[in-house]
Design a protein around this ligand. Structure first.
Ligand code: ATP
Ligand code: MG
Length: 498
């Protein structure tokens, strides 16, 4: 369909910037268009739209006419003179599945048209239907958008947006897509660090329940025999070299016995060894006691067994209130997975981390934020081994820049906080001034996708979920009613007792 014609303005057309005129409301901002240039078929994006009307461009004449008691619209055919001018950024020349940079301007008068679906899909780097992960529709074109597994996850993904913009919803859509995959398509194993217990609902769906396993964080146990002294050091940041050495030798002795052992056995071993320096003997057991609690056990839970192709493990941390414990579990799991993947003991995987800014904090020492080190390591080195990470956060400013900058694909939903916007614009090359403005106006369920997964940044409407969302907690009304009711009952009981 023809949308309009390229016009000559003082500055345009240039090889990369073009204005065109259209007399109907056919075009939307951020829509893609095509036109011919001496080099071939050029695809561009409408960056902005302006309406003009000659009859209204002089404030004096409008005032004068209206002073006579007449409307401009009565006197002149104003409607016929209204037209829209679109500002286009030429993105590239599309030729035989190859994209080239435009270096010559098109001729004024050239027709501006809507590109064909297949051309646009190829140009933007979207997969053919049925080949990739279906995440939503390309805005203004209604084209189903599928992305290849490699492009989306191999170099890691960040999902960033302010609270309530739809991050968890979108991640659930991605999980559904991962769960749908067939062996011949290549299936990843997935695990989500589920801070609010929102992903359990995937396990309740008839369709996916056999492929989703929920692990209660409160029941998760770290097997003591799997930890070396340097693993303990991550949990006990104050530990010094001499203490680590003694711990290491105690662990070695216990391992030699070839029997399951717990932290209490390590403590006993250290306490009764006369050769250990007095100071070490005093401090080390105290530290070990402090972390022991119910998080560790002799046998523990196996992380590797949870990882199966095409399956998802939901690690539900919602009942675990202590943030240090959450950090310890997350760190342990991420470390185990990464090492197991390097030895090819588990399938290629993606680790989803909700509230990632709490697990990899910017500006905080690694010692004070236990999982930060391993999250940054996976972000830096994971792609060589098929270990991917997806960081989800509503506080991008507080998220480790090292980790965030390694997420080569970013899915950004509504953000209005200027500091967060600045931060994202700085860490991501693909965001220009115009896309930045668009991010503030996105509605719930709309996203800007940029980076490795696409050839150019695109705006998407995230598709509807196939599974139900987690039930929201009770409303405030219900909570307040319950509180008063219980109070009244207690009072009545007390009175009856008297
Ligand atoms: N694509 C969508 N289509 C329809 N509804 C959506 C979509 N995305 C999100 N929503 C709705 O918006 C609400 C907020 O979504 P969601 O919980 O995913 O936000 P969030 O970004 O994860 O928020 P928080 O930062 O609080 O975790 C939900 O109730 C959800 O139903
Ligand atoms: Mg959420």
């Amino acid at each position: 369909m023809t949308l309009g014609k390229i016009i000559a303005t003082e500055e345009t057309p240039t090889p990369t910037k073009v204005h065109f005129v259209t007399d109907k409301d056919l075009v939307d901002k951020d829509q893609y268009i095509k036109f011919n240039s001496p080099q071939g078929k050029v695809i561009g994006r409408v960056e902005d739209l302006h309406k003009t009307n000659r009859y209204f461009d002089s404030p004096e004449s409008i005032t004068q006419i209206e002073k006579t008691g007449m409307e401009v619209t009565d006197k002149f055919p104003t409607e016929e003179w209204e037209h829209t001018v679109g500002e286009v950024k030429a993105l590239g020349i599309y030729r035989e599945n190859k994209i080239e940079r435009p270096t010559k301007p098109p001729a004024p008068g050239t027709e501006v048209k809507e590109p064909k679906e297949e051309v646009l899909r190829n140009f933007l780097g979207l997969e053919e239907q049925g080949n990739g992960l279906e995440i939503g529709e390309l805005q203004h074109h209604g084209i189903t958008s599928e992305l290849s597994l490699t492009d989306l996850f191999q170099k890691h993904l960040a999902v960033l947006a302010q609270t309530g913009a739809g991050k968890t919803y979108t991640v659930s859509v991605l999980m559904e897509e991962l769960l749908e995959r067939q062996p011949e398509e290549g299936r990843l194993a997935s695990l989500v660090i589920d801070v609010h217990g929102e992903y359990k609902s995937l396990a309740q769906s008839e369709k996916y329940k056999n492929r989703v396993k929920v692990v209660n964080g409160k029941e998760f146990r770290i097997p003591v025999n799997s930890l070396s002294a340097s693993d303990f050091k991550k949990f006990i940041p104050g530990m010094r070299k001499p203490q680590e050495r003694e711990l290491s030798s105690a662990i070695e002795k216990l391992r030699y016995r070839d029997k399951p052992y717990g932290i209490e056995d390590i403590i006993k071993m250290i306490s009764k060894d006369d050769e250990i320096h007095e100071e070490v003997q005093r401090v080390l057991p105290r530290w070990l006691e402090r972390i022991s609690g119910d998080l560790f056990s002799k046998t523990g839970s196996s992380v590797e067994k949870l990882m199966n192709p095409g399956q998802l493990t939901v690690l539900d941390l919602s009942d675990l209130i202590e943030s240090k414990k959450r950090g310890m579990i997350t760190s342990y799991i991420a470390e185990r997975l990464f090492n197991a993947r390097r030895k090819e003991e588990v399938p290629p995987f993606v680790l989803f981390v909700e509230e990632a800014h709490n697990f990899a904090k910017e500006g905080v020492e690694k010692e004070a934020n236990i999982p930060k080190g391993i999250i940054e390591t996976i972000a830096r080195e994971g792609r060589k081994f098929g270990a991917s990470i997806c960081l989800v956060s509503q506080r991008p400013m507080k998220l480790s820049t090292t980790a965030l900058s390694q997420c080569n694909t970013q899915l950004i939903m509504r953000i209005t906080n200027p500091n967060d916007l600045d931060h994202i614009t700085k860490t991501s090359e693909g965001i220009d001034e115009k896309s930045r403005d668009s991010i503030t106006t996105l509605r719930v369920g709309e996203a800007l996708l940029l980076g490795e997964a696409v050839n150019h940044p695109i705006f998407l409407n995230i598709r509807e979920r196939r599974t139900k969302e987690a039930e929201l907690g009770e409303g405030l009304e219900e909570q307040a009613r319950k509180f008063e009711q219980q109070k009244k009952e207690k009072q009545e009981d007390a009175e009856a007792f008297i």
